[in-house]
Design a protein around this ligand. Structure first.
Ligand SMILES: [Mg+2]
Length: 324
């Protein structure tokens, strides 16, 4: 008997996967049945990763499994939502058991860490493509949106910026980097950490939020546009890893932090009146967001500064397609 869809689900996506009480019917019927808490709104995000576009043959299957979930959980984090359920659409050119083992391990690990249950999906034959839809909850009216930034609000980012972009550049021979730093930044490219706990902590504190998937400049512009405001960013305040600082020149490192994507950190704004609460909450938080600037009243004007003077050191390279 041929190895069919049922066998595939049973072999790779059933045993030892996390289970949640709010899943009334999960994998196995025509559709899932889910119980949404009555005091919450449902938050849904979908992302697709296509072989040859979003990852290549060098990318371990486990990383693909991790990342396709992580990028969706990052979107939920940017809304302040708590993740609950994932569904998966998997298109495979052939039945590759090694690949499926790695992929399912990567996906299961991140599901287990965030207590997410796989509630269904679909498998088809075709060019390698993985799509995940993530579902989460946010208390009614408490979601973080892009349109709430006001002049005077402070601009923050979590983590370090530019590492994933440096890894991609090194992988494509566009940057030279030591083996030690390469291992570090490659881990950031392959296994991004969605800022799920931070996003939930920012409810009732942040006035706007977005996750950084396309690079800080591109994603911050979405907040500026939606909120009809501008921003001043101090390029010397950008959080950079040792790997980035030691691998490229100073302006190059800043350029990676501003323009390269795939970091999956959060960028958000905090009103002056919420800053005390924010600092108190962050004192007990493992994430240490960095204040990088301030919102202005000049609509869609993103001004990069050093010592309050205009900074124009942006290094444009192949792969910085957000500036084309
Ligand atoms: Mg996003």
């Amino acid at each position: 008997m041929a190895f069919g869809e049922f066998d595939l689900i049973d072999t790779y996506f059933t045993h030892r996967w996390p289970k949640r009480d709010d899943v009334v019917v999960g994998v196995g019927d025509d559709a899932a049945i889910l119980a949404v808490p009555s005091d919450s709104e449902l938050v849904i995000a979908t992302d697709t990763m296509v072989a040859g576009v979003h990852f290549d043959h060098q990318t371990p299957a486990r990383a693909v499994g991790h990342k396709v979930a992580a990028v969706n959980l990052s979107d939920l984090a940017a809304m302040g939502a708590e993740p609950a359920w994932l569904s998966l659409a998997l298109t495979l050119p052939e039945l590759d058991h090694d690949w499926l083992t790695g992929f399912s391990h990567g996906l299961r690990e991140i599901c287990a860490y965030y207590d997410c249950q796989l509630i269904g999906g679909d498998t088809t034959k075709g060019p390698l493509t993985v799509t995940v839809t993530a579902h989460g909850f946010v208390p009614i009216g408490a979601a973080l949106l892009r349109d709430g930034a006001k002049p005077g609000d402070w601009v923050y980012v979590s983590g370090n910026l530019g590492d994933a972009g440096l890894a991609l550049a090194a992988q494509q021979n566009r940057a030279e980097i030591s083996a030690r730093h390469y291992r570090r930044v490659l881990e950031r490219l392959h296994f991004p950490s969605p800022r799920v706990a931070l996003g939930q902590s920012l409810r009732e504190i942040a006035s706007s939020a977005i996750d950084i998937s396309d690079g800080l400049l591109a994603d911050l512009q979405h907040i500026l546009k939606a909120s009809n405001v501008g921003a001043r960013i101090d390029v010397d305040e950008l959080p950079l890893s040792m790997a980035l600082i030691e691998s490229v020149d100073a302006d190059g490192a800043i350029s990676y932090a501003l323009c390269s994507g795939d970091d999956y950190e959060l960028c958000f704004t905090v009103p002056e009146s919420r800053r005390g609460v924010f600092d108190t909450v962050m004192a007990r938080h493992p994430a240490k967001p960095t204040c990088i600037g301030r919102i202005t009243n000049k609509a869609s004007d993103l001004r990069l500064e050093r010592n309050e003077e205009l900074w124009q050191g942006l290094v444009e390279r192949d792969g910085y397609d957000h500036f084309s």
